[in-house]
Design a protein around this ligand. Sequence first.
Ligand code: PGA
Length: 263
Amino acid sequence: MRPVIVAGNWKMNTTPSSAGDLARAIADATDGTDVQRVLFPPYVCLAQVRDALRGRGLEVGAQNLHEEAGGAYTGEISGQMLRELATWVIVGHSERRRDQAETDEIVGRKLRRACEAGLTSILCVGELLEARQAGKAEQVVEAQLRGALSGVADRAEGHDFAIAYEPVWAIGTGETATGADAARMAGVIRATLARLGLDRRADGGPVLYGGSVTSASIGEFLAEPALDGALVGGASLKVDEMAGIVAAAGLVAAARRGAEGLS
Ligand code: PGA
C-alpha cells in the first residue's frame, strides 16, 4: 500500500524565531491522521522545526542539498550535514532549475547524495507552459526522469524517494493541472521508472502533485488513485489550509488502509 503524503515547502519564508510556532500550529491542526506529513522550512529554521515537532508524528525536510559530499564549497550544505536535522530533502525543484541552472545531471547527483546520506528525497519534475502548449509535456517529464535517475538503484524496501509532478506553469500562479492530467502524468512517470529498470519504485513509489494546491483543490487530485498526495507551497504557510488539505488526504489514507484490510 502506498502512503499518502502531504509535504509543505515553505520556500524562503519564516525565520528561526517564527518557524517553530508555525510548525507546532500545523502539527496541532493536523493531528490524528494516517497521512505522512513533512515540513520543509529554510535551512536556518530546520533545528527549530525539528525541536518543535519532536514526538508529534511530522517529519522535517530540507529544500535542497549540495551535489558533493563535502569540501571547499563556501555557503553550501551537504546531505551529511542535513542528516542531523532532517529526514527528507527536495531535489530538482523548478525554482532551482530556473534560478540556479540546475540540470538533470546535477539533480541526479543530488538525489544520489541524498540516498547516500540516508535522506528520503522528493524529486520534482514538470514542464514549462510552452512545452505543454506544444504537446511535449510528457516528453519533458520523461527526459527529466531519465536524466536524473541514471545510476539510481531499485530498492525492495521503503521508498527513499517520491516523485512530485509539478507543472511549472501551475507553481505559485493559482492555476492547477486537472486531476485527470496529473493522473495521466503519474502514469507516464511510473512507465518511465519501469523502463529505467526501477520496477519496484514504479509500482510502490509515491507520486505527488504540486502546483497551487489548496484545501479547495486537493480533492480533485486525491480522487485519482494514481496520485499519493501533494507538495504544497504557498498554502503550507497557512494553518487552516494545511488542516483542510491533511483532512482530505486523511480520508484517502483511511480508505486505502480499509481496502488493504479487505484484500
Ligand atoms: P505552490 O508551490 O503551491 O505555491 O504553487 C508548489 C511548489 O513549489 O512546490
